[in-house]
Design a protein around this ligand. Structure first.
Ligand code: HEC
Length: 104
């Protein structure tokens, strides 16, 4: 049974990766903005596995623009996107990351 579940997971993964929707990200203000601003170049997996504080996310926006050619994010849109990232993908796990079952 365990082996079957693993296989099912492996088979399902590519389909999920190709058909990402905003709902793969945690809900809340900024969810759609982040999804559409960021998935032009890569999937959300690269975001979901990250855990940065607000400063680092903010700096990453410039890096993405300068090095990878992302359209510059400014003003209210930038604030909302960086707030969202810091809230859900912050250094201590953020709201999006479940509890680590191996820690007390
Ligand atoms: C114009 C294309 C483009 C856009 C738009 C873009 N990125 Fe990226 N991003 C890249 C490239 C290219 C890399 C490097 C990929 C790699 O190393 O495999 C990257 C890497 C990253 C990384 C990994 C950085 C690290 O040091 O581990 C994160 C996190 C990230 N992007 C977040 C975002 C977020 C959040 C957004 C939306 C605000 C975004 N990206 C929009 C091109 C883009």
């Amino acid at each position: 049974m365990r082996r079957f579940l693993l296989l099912a997971l492996l088979l399902a993964t590519p389909a999920v990766a190709q058909e990402e929707e905003p709902s793969v990200l945690p809900g809340g203000p900024g969810q759609e903005e982040v999804f559409y601003a960021c998935t032009a170049c890569h999937s959300t997996a690269i975001i979901r596995r990250s855990a940065f504080d607000r400063n680092r996310w903010d700096g990453l926006m410039d890096w993405m623009t300068e090095v990878h050619g992302m359209a510059p994010l400014e003003g209210e849109e930038r604030r909302q996107i960086v707030d969202y990232l810091a809230q859900h993908f912050g250094p201590r796990g953020g709201a999006a990351r479940g509890r680590n079952p191996f820690l007390p």
